[in-house]
Design a protein around this ligand. Structure first.
Ligand SMILES: Nc1ncnc2c1ncn2[C@@H]1O[C@H](COP(=O)(O)OP(=O)(O)O)[C@@H](O)[C@H]1O
Ligand SMILES: CC(=O)N[C@@H](CCC(=O)OP(=O)(O)O)C(=O)O
Length: 306
C-alpha cells in the first residue's frame, strides 16, 4: 500500500485538535480565571482531570489563573474543632477562631493539594493567598439582611486588587493558584472572602478574557429548585433582574459573574465541575455545557458561543 492511501487511525484525533484551533488562536495570550469550588472537588479523578485541563490551557498558550474555594472542607474541619458552621447571606459567619481554621484549610490543605496536582505535570503552579504581596485587600463586610447591616465576623469586602504578584508569576510561565483570603486594610489582620467574589475581583483586575466558575450544578437553573432547566446564556441586565430571586451559594457566584462582565471581562461562565474535563468541554463544545453571562452590548450582537 502506498503512503498516500494508508489509513491513519489517529486521523480523528488530529481533526479534533484542528477543531479547537479557532478558539485557541482567539485566546492566545489571554488570561482565564478559573474558580474551582469546594463542592466540585468531590473526587480524586475529577481533581486530576481539572488539573489536566488547566495545564492543557497553559501549554496551549493561555494564561490560566486558579482561584479556589473549599467551603465543605472548612465546614468539616470546623466540625472537628467542635465549631458550628453558620451562613448568612451565603457567607460564612467567621469568628476569630474560625478564621484560623479557614486560613489553615484553604492555604495549608486545599491550595497545597491543587498545586501538587498541577505540578505533577511540571514545575508550573505556585500557590499564594490574597495576603501575599497585598494581592487581595479588603475591609470588614457587613451584609444587609432585612434592611439591617449584620456583623458576620471576619468576612471581608474586597476593596482593591494588586495584580503585581500574579502578573509576575504569569510572565514567568507559572500558573498562580490563589486562596480567597484577603489582607485586612482596616486592622492589619486577615479576612475570609467568598471564593467566587475573590475570583471575580481578580478576573476584572487582571483584564481576563473569561471567568469560569466550576460548581456542583449544571449551571444557573431557571426557577430553581422547582425546575432544572439550565439558562445557557444571558446578558448582564438579564442576570441583574434575576439576582434578587437567587439563593444560597448562587448569590455570590452570580454577583461575581455580573461584576466581572460589568468590569471588562468578556464572558463569565458557570459550569458543572462534577463532569470530568468540564473546562475543555465548555470551550470546545459549540453550545457549551453551562451558563454564559455576556456584557450587554455583546449579548445582543453575538449569536454563537464565544
Ligand atoms: N438558580 C440556581 N441554580 C443553580 N443552583 C442554585 C440556584 N440557586 C441556588 N443554588 C444552589 O447553589 C449551589 C452552588 O453554590 P455553592 O454550594 O456555594 O457551590 P461552590 O462550592 O461551587 O461555590 C447549588 O448546589 C445549589 O444548591
Ligand atoms: C466568606 C465565605 O463564605 N468564605 C468561604 C470561603 C471558601 C469558599 O468560598 O468556598 P466555596 O467556593 O467552596 O464555597 C467559606 O468560608 O466557606
Amino acid at each position: 500500500m502506498s503512503g498516500a492511501t494508508r489509513k491513519h487511525t489517529a486521523l480523528p484525533k488530529a481533526r479534533i485538535l484542528i477543531e479547537a484551533l479557532p478558539w485557541l488562536t482567539r485566546h492566545q495570550g489571554k488570561t482565564v480565571v478559573i474558580k474551582f469550588g469546594g463542592n466540585a472537588m468531590v473526587d480524586e479523578d475529577l481533581k486530576a482531570a481539572f488539573a489536566q485541563d488547566v495545564v492543557f490551557l497553559h501549554h496551549a498558550g493561555l494564561r490560566p489563573v486558579v482561584v479556589h474555594g473549599g467551603g465543605p472542607q472548612i465546614s468539616a474541619q470546623l466540625d472537628r474543632h467542635g465549631l458550628v458552621s453558620e451562613f448568612k447571606a451565603g457567607l460564612r459567619v467567621t469568628t476569630d477562631e474560625a478564621m484560623d481554621v479557614v486560613r489553615m484549610v484553604l492555604a495549608g490543605q486545599v491550595q497545597r493539594e491543587l498545586v501538587g496536582l498541577l505540578n505533577e505535570h511540571g514545575p508550573i503552579a505556585v500557590g499564594i493567598t490574597g495576603e501575599d504581596a497585598h494581592t487581595i485587600n479588603a475591609t470588614k463586610h457587613m451584609p444587609v439582611i432585612d434592611g439591617e447591616p449584620v456583623d458576620i465576623g471576619r468576612v471581608g469586602e474586597v476593596t482593591r486588587i494588586d495584580t503585581g504578584a500574579v502578573e509576575a508569576l504569569l510572565k514567568d510561565g507559572r500558573i498562580p493558584v490563589i486562596s480567597s483570603i484577603a489582607r485586612a486594610e482596616d486592622d492589619g489582620h486577615v479576612y475570609n472572602v467568598n471564593a467566587d467574589t475573590a475570583a471575580a475581583a481578580l478576573a476584572a483586575a487582571l483584564g481576563a478574557e473569561t471567568l469560569m466558575v466550576l460548581t456542583d450544578v449544571e449551571g444557573l437553573y431557571e426557577n430553581w429548585p422547582l425546575s432544572d432547566e439550565v439558562i445557557s446564556r444571558l446578558s448582564a441586565t438579564e442576570l441583574e433582574k434575576l439576582l434578587p430571586d437567587l439563593s444560597s451559594g448562587m448569590v455570590p457566584k452570580m454577583e461575581g459573574c455580573l461584576f466581572a462582565v460589568r468590569n471588562g471581562v468578556n464572558t463569565a461562565r458557570v459550569i458543572d465541575g462534577r463532569v470530568p474535563h468540564s473546562i475543555l468541554l465548555e470551550i470546545f463544545t459549540d453550545e457549551g455545557i453551562g451558563t454564559m453571562v455576556l456584557p450587554d452590548g455583546r449579548a445582543a450582537s453575538t449569536t454563537e458561543r464565544e
